[in-house]
Design a protein around this ligand. Structure first.
Ligand code: MN3
Length: 204
């Protein structure tokens, strides 16, 4: 494969320990350098046999997933989604922007009633993901917000939805620190949502 066509692991915009004490450095290191890297590697491997698709961006491939040859479609569902979803998740965390503002705050108040009610609904959705998957705050083409779950690594992009916030609820995202206590992981994640990044996702 041409060097330029190879997808690369997106670096974290902060250090592994930047989200302590809410998300621990060891989890962040393994999650990013092992799990996320493996999705990127497998995406590149899966694309090797399809040179005619190597000029496309990851978002284009995920959007057009239904038009892809079956084998490539599976690669995109698993490893393309895995690559993209983790970028949204990791880029969406910091300790710097703890409250929603502007248009996103208005949209959350309109759709859910308040930030607290949004959190309650998001938490319940995250607790009820069965098996491995994700919880998302997404917007549709009319800018309407909703909370959805996706199984495994299916990306909202492939459903025609724009991700605003992503929470990884695969056990690898929290097991080292929280073991089976997913509720505690979710509560801690609320402290590290980067609401400015979420606003950027919402208005773009
Ligand atoms: Mn993960």
């Amino acid at each position: 494969m041409n060097e330029n066509k190879i997808f690369k692991l997106k670096p974290l915009p902060y250090s592994y320990d930047a989200l302590e004490p809410y998300i621990d450095a060891k989890t962040m290191e393994i999650h990013h350098s092992k799990h996320h890297q493996a999705y990127v590697n497998n995406l590149n491997k899966g694309l090797e046999a399809f040179p005619q698709y190597q000029d496309k961006t990851l978002i284009e491939l995920l959007k057009d997933i239904e038009t892809l040859p079956e084998k490539l479609k599976i690669t995109l569902q698993r490893h393309g989604g895995g690559t993209f979803n983790h970028e949204i998740f990791f880029d969406g965390m910091s300790l710097n922007n703890p409250f929603p503002e502007g248009k996103l705050k208005q949209a959350i108040d309109k759709e859910f009633g308040s930030l607290e009610k949004f959190k309650e609904e998001f938490k319940n959705a995250s607790l009820s993901v069965f098996g491995s998957g994700w919880t998302w705050l997404v917007k549709d083409k009319e800018n309407k917000l909703s909370i959805i779950q996706t199984a495994n690594q299916l990306s909202p992009i492939s459903l025609g939805l724009q991700p605003v916030l992503a929470l990884d609820v695969w056990e690898h995202a929290y097991y080292l620190k929280f073991q089976n206590r997913r509720a505690e992981y979710i509560e801690n994640w609320f402290h590290v949502i980067d609401w400015e990044k979420a606003l950027e996702n919402f208005i773009n």
